[in-house]
Design a protein around this ligand. Structure first.
Ligand code: F6P
Length: 325
């Protein structure tokens, strides 16, 4: 009987996950394994919702957003009993190697699982639009999410300019400002509010005043979902009180940023990381996230991958300020 290798997606889905699943399945076949798809993340492990896959199971999916294996956050896997049931199912299915695609919660779960069942081998692939993991300069889905946000802001710029308004655009990122900062630079926004830096309303008013003096007729400010000012709606209320010149509108992009076709960058990243994860499992590696760093593939232990993350680039923050002149 062939050895089996399982793959699943956990946490929030992100564009590029399907490319990674495809690469895992096909590389596993190439190396002589029987790949098994596990549905709904850790819940699928607990409920034994699994299926043997072949090359055809992953045909025509590289261009699709979401995840053919679905995703999700499992409360039951946080318990010892949940993990024990998952382990039992893996033994029954003869699976000892796993690829976990997800973010910090996924890797925290994988680390706990491995500490209890060290005979398993698990490697992770960074799959989250937030880009908030240590040990990779890109997570799967980040590039797509930023491109979607930039396209949306371009559209908002048109109506903002025509109507002479200030738009506050809220992008995703509960704890991280990567999407907000990259969107702000790429769309030429006047200011950006992110959770990693304190929100300074008087500095924002200064930027708006400066623009108003030089007859700027509209403005865009990007707000990360997790900014301490409380998101786009609250920020709009605050700015309305302090800057009466513009009519203000707030737009929340929300989950639109997580859907749709992945960019080429995310497809390539998913393909690379999926293939390398299987190769490294085959060579005996375990307990780490496979990431890409300055064009090299590196492995970072789960505990380090989830322990905080590099803050958004200060150079980009400065750029937003300088280029809004
Ligand atoms: O972690 C990815 C992410 O999209 C965050 O940016 C966002 O805060 C969160 O997930 C939303 O979670 P949910 O899909 O459960 O609403």
């Amino acid at each position: 009987m062939k050895e089996r290798l399982g793959v699943f997606c956990s946490g929030g889905d992100s564009p590029g996950m399907n490319a990674a699943i495809r690469a895992v399945v096909r590389t596993a076949l190439y190396l002589g394994y029987e790949p098994v798809g596990i549905y709904r993340g850790y819940d699928g492990l607990i409920d034994a919702e699994m299926q043997v896959m072949d090359a055809n199971s992953v045909s025509g999916i590289i261009q699709r957003g979401g995840s053919i294996l679905r995703a999700g956050r499992s409360k039951r896997f946080l318990t010892e009993e949940g993990r024990a049931q998952a382990y039992k199912n893996l033994k029954r299915w003869n699976i000892s190697r796993l690829v976990a695609i997800g973010g910090d919660g996924t890797f925290r779960g994988a680390a706990a699982f491995l500490s209890e069942y060290p005979d398993l081998q698990i490697l992770g692939i960074p799959g989250t639009i937030d880009n908030d993991l240590n040990g990779t300069d890109l997570t799967l889905g980040f590039d797509t999410a930023v491109n979607i946000a930039v396209e949306a802001v371009d559209r908002l710029q048109d109506t903002a300019a025509a109507m002479g308004r200030l738009f506050l655009v809220e992008v995703m990122g509960r704890d991280s400002g990567f999407i907000a900062l990259h969107t702000a630079v790429a769309s030429g926004a006047e200011a950006v509010l992110i959770p990693e830096t304190p929100t300074d309303f008087s500095a924002i008013i200064k930027v708006l005043e400066r623009g108003w003096q030089r007859k700027r007729t509209s403005s865009i400010i990007i707000v990360a979902e997790g900014d301490e000012a409380g998101g786009a709606l609250k920020t709009a209320e605050e700015l309305e009180k302090r800057f009466p010149h513009y009519e203000i509108r707030a737009t929340i992009l929300g989950h639109i940023q997580r859907g749709g076709a992945p960019t080429a960058i995310d497809r390539i990243l998913g393909s690379k990381l999926g293939a390398v994860a299987v190769e490294r499992l085959h060579e005996g590696a375990s307990g780490a996230m496979v990431g890409t760093w300055a064009n090299e593939i590196i492995l970072t232990p789960f505990e380090r991958a989830i322990k905080g993350y590099a803050s958004p680039n200060p150079l980009l923050l400065k750029l937003v300020e300088v280029l809004s002149l």
